[in-house]
Design a protein around this ligand. Sequence first.
Ligand code: MP5
Length: 215
Amino acid sequence: MPFHEQLLALGRPAWSAMLGHAFLAETAAGSLPDAAFANWVQQDYLFVQQAARFVSILVSKAPSAIMPRLALAIPALHSELELFERMAAERGVTLHDVRMTPACHAYVQFMLAAAATCSFEEGFTLLYGAEKAYLDSWTWVRENMKAPSPWDGFIHRWSDEAFRHWVNWLESALDTLAARASPTLRQEMTGIFLLAGQYELRFWDMALHGERWPV
Ligand code: MP5
């Protein structure tokens, strides 16, 4: 079984909780309160800013065969930030002076630390986990839409052909890396992937319910 399929099999509990999560189900049904979506927009904007730094660290450590394609993710993330800015302005959501919630902060710190201090293979596995989670989550929304959504731009961003191609490329590069990795390294890559699933779930919970620091 290709490595990415092994990961997805082990990650099934997280993925089942993710697909159909109340945030996604209510987005698809058109019943999500505006405040919850605004919450997600604000926090994911902060997340994507740091994701660009995370990918930059990965690019600096990437094997030559992977570096050029991986580097293209950096401008793509910057145009994604422009999408957030456009959509937020159209819907009256502010992106200024927003404080990162604990769930967003923890996920971002985990990503940056993994990129900086773990092997390239582990960091790359984390990138795959985060991108696959968004591809599957937003594809789920697209397939279960009951009403046109004011947030269509986001739904398409992570469920269109271009994004699917990108995730397919990540998948095959990951399988190649894993085929050359030791059993110990493969185990570490698996651990990181499973954590990505947990953080993704916490992110949807945080967006739906809101989250604050103790003081
Ligand atoms: C992604 C994201 C997808 N924007 N936010 C979370 C919480 N997980 C995954 O990453 P990208 O880099 O925006 O495609």
